[in-house]
Write a protein that binds this ligand. Structure first.
Ligand SMILES: [Fe+2]
Ligand SMILES: [Fe+2]
Length: 249
């Protein structure tokens, strides 16, 4: 069994120092890895990243993260990601990594993702250039997930996003902002190549549990939604098919 601790939307600022460090102390006993689904900081400032690193300093299990839109705000996301990576945080922006845990291999791919809406109302590749750019940005992000999943031959595959690939985990948010919270475009490669679990954040007032159209479990782990420092998910040893156990409450 593999135990995954996951949380997003920490939105760390200088004034946040010490707020979650005590709660994160227990991650080492409760989980085999910690996944952070973006909006690690409020503005993507290096000072905020330093606060985050101090909060994470007692976490000994691997930390895997994607950036969120807030982490891009200052336009310094490259240096921001390099700072975190320098302290051992595995930042996913496409590509894939493999972790060996309890004799099992877990492959992770991830990226920030993007918005664009859902189903029949998904943004089309049409009209003004700026709208076509939005469609292409979402497609570009989705392609990263497809390439990552296609490359993995692990016992389990986990996708990490900031934006949501399904509309159901947005329930609770105003309908008007759904297109800014995710897009079905991100779900296409997940259903095409398969995965065992998709974890995202960004929708602070959304819902935790859903599935893609292809039946792959999706979990929204935005911390304001969880109301706790992280959620633990279990990936069970495959029998006839991999099973995701219900999250511990
Ligand atoms: Fe957020
Ligand atoms: Fe966000």
């Amino acid at each position: 069994m593999v135990r995954i601790a996951a949380v997003g939307d920490l939105h760390m600022q200088e004034i946040s120092a010490g707020m979650i460090k005590p709660a994160l102390n227990r991650v080492n006993e409760e989980a085999d890895m910690l996944i952070l689904t973006g909006d690690l900081t409020q503005h993507g400032r290096l000072g905020e990243a330093a606060v985050l690193l101090r909060e994470l300093s007692t976490v000994d299990v691997p930390i895997v993260a994607v950036l969120g839109n807030h982490d891009f705000h200052d336009g310094n996301e490259g240096n921001f990601a390099m700072l975190l990576a320098g302290y051992g945080v595995i930042i996913l922006d496409g590509g894939a990594i493999e972790l060996s845990i309890n004799g099992l291999t877990v492959g992770l791919t991830g990226t920030k993702g993007f918005g664009g809406g859902f189903g029949m109302r998904t943004i089309p590749d049409f009209g003004e250039q700026i709208f076509k750019n939005m469609y292409r940005e979402a497609s570009f992000e989705a392609a990263k997930i497809g390439e990552g999943l296609e490359s993995l031959e692990t016992d389990f595959k986990v996708v990490v996003l900031h934006y949501s690939p399904v509309r159901e985990t947005l329930q609770g948010e105003p309908l008007e902002i759904y297109p800014f919270l995710g897009t079905s475009i991100l779900a296409e490669p997940i259903d095409r190549y398969g995965a065992d679990l998709v974890i995202h954040g960004h929708a602070h007032h959304g819902s935790e549990i859903s599935r893609t159209a292809g039946g792959i479990p999706v979990r929204n782990v935005a911390m304001p939604l969880l109301g706790r420092p992280y959620r633990i998910y279990h990936l069970a040893v495959p029998t006839s098919a991999p099973e995701i156990y219900a999250p511990r409450r």
